[in-house]
Design a protein around this ligand. Structure first.
Ligand SMILES: CCCCC/C=C\C/C=C\C/C=C\C/C=C\CCCC(=O)SCCNC(=O)CCNC(=O)[C@H](O)C(C)(C)COP(=O)(O)OP(=O)(O)OC[C@H]1O[C@@H](n2cnc3c(N)ncnc32)[C@H](O)[C@@H]1OP(=O)(O)O
Ligand SMILES: Cc1cc2nc3c(=O)[nH]c(=O)nc-3n(C[C@H](O)[C@H](O)[C@H](O)COP(=O)(O)OP(=O)(O)OC[C@H]3O[C@@H](n4cnc5c(N)ncnc54)[C@H](O)[C@@H]3O)c2cc1C
Length: 673
């Protein structure tokens, strides 16, 4: 039968093997839950093994030792080699396989084709006519051209209706004139725009006969296909170094009265006819599809970043020994400390929860995408609300979890040898891109306020907000019912979200009745509104977790997931308990119960801790972390890693003769005086 934990190998650090031998579940079967099928989990490992056999695909040295230019070059080099092997390594129509291949070979710091795959191709798939697809999409898929999605400007990212780049229709020539009239109108931020791409879908404000029709998407060739020189009337370049993600050339773009044919506007759903007649799309926000695409997938990418950091932290915590619990016994693994467990385990549960919520979101996204192809738009609002809330909550909680993982590694966590700071830098970009988190929470709040209004008017609401019209208990039944059921927890989360949604609604209504204009009242309620959105979203995450556990058939996997869910519900509830204490829905006695359940959960999780992270099956190659090594041999490899430092090339650096020696000499001279 073999070991349940599939990472056990001869020669590994005994402390980590000891952990793995305690596993109560098969880590590869658990991977099937995380990646949504056994086949997908198998494929990940097959792809990793195949990549390991291709020497040119390995990192030339640890990425933190590369300069920015070397990072950009290294990512491009690997993309070139990957292109030769692509069809042997993955099914190119499978996004998850491509994403995994990218993570193993290149990592999260980016590559020249990042935005090409994540936004350029999806926007063409969703918004180009068949004719336009023939012209650009198929070439893009074969990588004959490389593109990006250029929407954000220096002056505007969130408020798309105020984009300054204009696309003015010239009926006489049947062209659009694209123009960046001011410094702030320059496109600023689009990934790979700076140096890699030769095409972009540019989002610009459409003007016909001086009338503003709002943001629309246009295909623009930026560079010559052979020389890669920028074309006339186009200024393009890199925006400079960022907190992280520095293998990517986020760029700027200035368009100087650039003329493009009318047929370069993406016209699957919306049209401008030769004579300038504007034909509306079936839904006003259909052109936002590329953003919704990324938001829908971000739960899973965030879960991956969080799981990566936790894999590093938990593995390291199992070989790091410091201090005593029993003074007569040897120093303990730091994982034995309750504070360490409390710092890490709830985030493990969140990584699983985000992955399960992510799977449900992607399913809804796929359905809406299909509906939209035939002009059906009914579920777009639901999807927009769900993805807006999730992207905000999940990125924020991921940020917290990664930082806790870093701190839990003590001093070595601060070294780039842990690689956690890079993962953190990449992940927190997600709090901003694809919609600044507060802005997106407020988008969800609009949807919630509509639902609250309907309920107040006596209508029944359904689906994601169905709980707003469901019966509510005045007091939580946690600890008050004989049977142990997650339902009581979920009902408490529902109560909290419902109360906050109506609290925000009542406040808003009161201000409106007092005569405040809607936008002012909205602003004055906006903190309460974002709270409502967060609680609604956290309820959804907890429900998605519970739904998954409910559906699992394998006994040992179900039991292990059940333990994580139990931890999740108790930890999350404590985190938001003030809302339930406020109206007496929970009492002090119940709080004590929840706390004691949380501590019990930590103990229950402890023996499986390494296996829970191992189940993500993240190879050493993709983790790029000395602390997170599968074999647990951290210390000797930390020393080896440091040898890469260019400061160690010579024993004495030139700065000694130049600055330090004169400094010390003159200090010595002065002290003799
Ligand atoms: C397997 C594949 C793997 C894929 C991997 C995916 C991800 C990987 C992640 C990382 C990988 C690495 C590379 C990627 C890295 C970075 C990429 C970043 C790219 C970008 O960073 S790219 C720019 C994104 N930039 C934004 O994200 C701007 C945010 N700003 C907005 O998005 C709008 O500005 C908004 C929505 C705030 C306001 O827009 P607005 O002013 O036009 O509308 P308004 O507020 O008036 O709302 C009127 C009515 O429209 C409804 N509504 C709005 N949007 C809708 C929608 N989409 N669907 C259905 N309904 C919608 C409302 O709900 C309302 O409905 P109602 O009236 O009923 O309440
Ligand atoms: C790593 C990274 C990659 C990116 N890639 C791309 C890309 O490929 N293509 C692209 O087009 N763009 C890209 N962007 C840009 C990104 O989408 C925008 O930065 C993002 O949408 C936020 O917009 P902003 O910068 O205008 O923020 P701002 O809106 O200026 O945010 C500043 C503050 O104002 C607040 N605020 C703004 N509006 C409101 C409001 N209505 N109500 C309440 N508060 C508000 C925000 O909450 C925030 O606190 C990228 C950004 C990053 C960091």
């Amino acid at each position: 039968m073999g070991n349940l934990n599939k990472e056990i190998r001869d020669g590994d650090h005994p402390d980590i093997t000891e952990e793995r031998l305690k596993s109560t579940f098969d880590t590869h079967k658990m991977a099937a839950q995380i990646y949504n099928s056994q086949r997908a989990a198998d494929r990940r490992n097959e792809i990793t093994s195949a990549v390991l056999k291709i020497p040119e695909l390995q990192d030339i040295k640890p990425l933190p030792f590369l300069s920015r230019e070397e990072k950009v070059e290294e990512a491009a080099r690997k993309i070139g080699i990957l292109s030769e092997h692509l069809y042997d390594l993955v099914n190119v129509n499978d996004g998850a396989e491509l994403y995994h291949l990218n993570n193993v070979v290149i990592g999260g710091e980016g590559n020249p084709l990042a935005l090409h795959g994540v936004m350029f191709i999806p926007v063409l798939q969703a918004q180009a006519t068949d004719e336009q697809k023939k012209k650009w999409l198929y070439r893009a898929m074969k990588r004959e051209i490389i593109g990006t999605y250029a929407q954000t400007e220096m002056g505007h990212g969130s408020n798309l209706r105020k984009l300054e780049t204009t696309a003015t229709y010239d009926k006489a020539t049947e062209e659009f004139v694209l123009n960046s009239p001011t410094t702030t109108s320059m496109k600023w931020w689009p990934g790979n725009l700076g140096k890699s791409t030769n095409y972009a879908v540019v989002v610009a404000t459409l003007i016909i006969n001086e009338k503003d029709y709002g943001p629309h998407s246009f295909m623009v060739q930026l560079r010559d296909e052979n020389t890669h020189k920028p074309l006339p009337n186009i200024e393009v370049g890199d925006i400079g170094p960022k907190m992280a993600y520095n293998a990517t050339d986020n760029g700027f773009l200035k368009l100087n009265h650039l003329r493009i044919p009318r047929t370069n506007m993406l016209m699957k759903h919306v049209k401008v006819e030769k004579d300038g007649t504007y034909i509306k799309p079936p839904h006003a926000k259909m052109s936002y599809s590329a953003m919704v695409h990324v938001r829908a997938h971000m739960n899973n990418t965030m879960a991956y970043f969080l799981a990566s950091s936790l894999t590093i932290a938990v593995r390291y915590s199992s070989i790091r020994r410091q201090g005593h619990i029993n003074p007569k016994e040897p120093e303990v693994k730091v994982l034995e400390y309750q504070t360490q467990q409390h710092r890490l385990f709830p985030h493990i549960a969140r990584a699983y929860a985000f992955s399960f919520a992510g799977a449900e979101t992607v399913r809804l996204y796929e359905k809406v995408k299909k509906d939209m192809e035939s002009g059906e738009t009914e579920l777009m609002a639901d999807l927009h609300a769900l993805t807006s809330g999730l992207k905000s909550v999940v990125t924020y909680l991921t940020m917290q979890g990664i930082e806790q993982a870093r701190q839990s590694c003590g001093g070595h966590g601060y070294s780039m040898a842990s690689y956690i700071s890079e993962i953190y830098g990449i992940a927190i970009g997600g709090c901003t891109y694809e919609g600044e988190n507060m802005v997106m929470l407020l988008q969800l709040a609009r949807y919630l306020m509509k639902a609250a209004k309907a309920v107040k008017e006596g209508k029944k609401v359904e689906g994601l907000v169905g709980y707003l019209s469901a019966p509510d208990n005045r007091h939580s039944l946690i600890d008050r019912t004989p049977e142990k059921s997650y339902d009581t927890y979920l009902k408490t989360f529902e109560h909290i979200a419902r109360q906050q949604i109506f609290r925000a609604f009542d406040k808003l209504e009161k201000m409106l009745t007092s005569g405040l204009p809607h936008s002012e009242a909205w602003n004055k309620c906006s903190v309460e509104l974002t709270r409502a959105s967060r609680l609604h979203t956290r309820l959804f995450i907890a429900q998605a977790f519970a739904r998954r556990v409910h559906d699992v058939v394998d006994f040992h996997i179900k039991e292990a997931l059940d333990d994580l869910l139990h931890l999740h519900l108790n930890y999350e509830l404590l985190d938001v308990a003030s809302y339930a204490l406020e109206d007496g829905h929970l009492c002090g006695e119940q709080m004590n119960f929840i706390r004691s359940e949380l501590y019990r959960s930590l103990g229950k999780i402890r023996p499986n801790a390494v296996s829970y992270v191992d189940a993500w099956e993240l190879s050493d190659m993709e983790l790029r972390s000395v602390l997170g090594r599968r074999d647990g041999h951290v210390y000797e490899n930390l020393y080896k890693w440091a040898q890469n430092s260019s400061l160690n090339r010579t024993d004495v650096l030139p700065v000694f003769e130049k600055y330090l020696k004169p400094l010390m000499m003159s200090a010595r001279k002065n002290s003799k005086l």
